[in-house]
Design a protein around this ligand. Structure first.
Ligand SMILES: C[S@@+](CC[C@H](N)C(=O)[O-])C[C@H]1O[C@@H](n2cnc3c(N)ncnc32)[C@H](O)[C@@H]1O
Length: 232
């Protein structure tokens, strides 16, 4: 893995998250926005799928349901997240988890039919370079699916940047789509994925001002950007 200072900070921060159980805990928040993406992807049994920033591996287990004959690979910059994901997927022989950063994906060219990434891409030190690597490991005709909750067009998440202890990129949907095109992707589209989860009447966490802001955030929803590697 590239030993950059940025990767070192990411590894240390997300190792702390993993050690405190936040890896597994993210499933509750990310599942409602991820299920509609899996629905759109329409995975078939023989596909090879990479999950970039797989965290504790709950999505790897979901991907392994339709992908019965192919391969599901999780990759994460945090070795503690990798350890958790390996343990959580130990009963699934066609799932493997590798340490690695998106700026240097430890895999050969033209391999995967799909790459998915949930709530990770705004942490990547250089999102344009990360998308070029995603493009490299996809085979022609394969597609990339990036889902993020922190983006400019949803004003109810902008406060997260100051609350997080690691650098983030607050880009608009059009900027993300431009990065996809710059990496070589075609048929690039983006959409908002609202979160249907019923909100609390009172919010006591630190990420939102109050319950009304959480509801407004979920109503706009996450940003999904996807594109295809041409060449088939
Ligand atoms: C907010 S967590 C989301 C984890 C998981 N996708 C989920 O939804 O539960 C972000 C994850 O992205 C990983 N990550 C951040 N930057 C990365 C990079 N440059 N390369 C690979 N993984 C990265 C982190 O280690 C962390 O596990």
């Amino acid at each position: 893995m590239a030993q950059t200072t940025e990767n070192q900070h990411l590894r240390e921060e997300f190792n702390r998250w993993a050690e405190s159980g936040r890896g597994e805990g993210m499933e509750r928040d990310h599942l409602p926005i991820t299920l509609p993406v899996l629905d759109r992807m329409q995975l078939s049994p023989a596909e090879s799928v990479l999950d970039v920033g797989c965290g504790a591996g709950w999505l790897l287990r979901l991907l392994a349901v339709p992908v019965t004959e192919g391969r599901v690979v999780g990759m994460d910059v945090s070795d503690e997240m990798v350890r958790h994901a390996r343990s959580n997927c130990a009963d699934l022989p066609h799932v493997m988890v590798v340490p690695g950063s998106v700026d240097e994906i430890p895999w050969e060219n033209d391999f995967f039919t799909r790459v998915i990434s949930v709530e990770s891409a705004y942490y990547w030190p250089d999102p344009a370079a990360g998308l070029r690597e995603v493009f490299r490991v996809l085979r022609p005709g394969g597609s990339a699916w990036i889902l993020i909750n922190y983006y400019r067009d949803n004003p109810h998440c902008h406060q997260w940047g100051a609350l997080l202890t690691i650098p983030t990129h607050l880009l608009s949907a059009d900027e993300w789509a431009g990065l996809f095109r710059g990496a070589g992707f075609t048929s690039v589209e983006h959409a908002c994925i609202p979160d249907p989860t019923a909100g609390p009447t009172e919010y006591t966490g630190r990420w939102f001002r109050d319950a009304a802001q959480l509801a407004a955030f979920r109503a706009i929803g996450a940003l999904l950007v996807h594109g295809t590697k041409p060449g088939l």
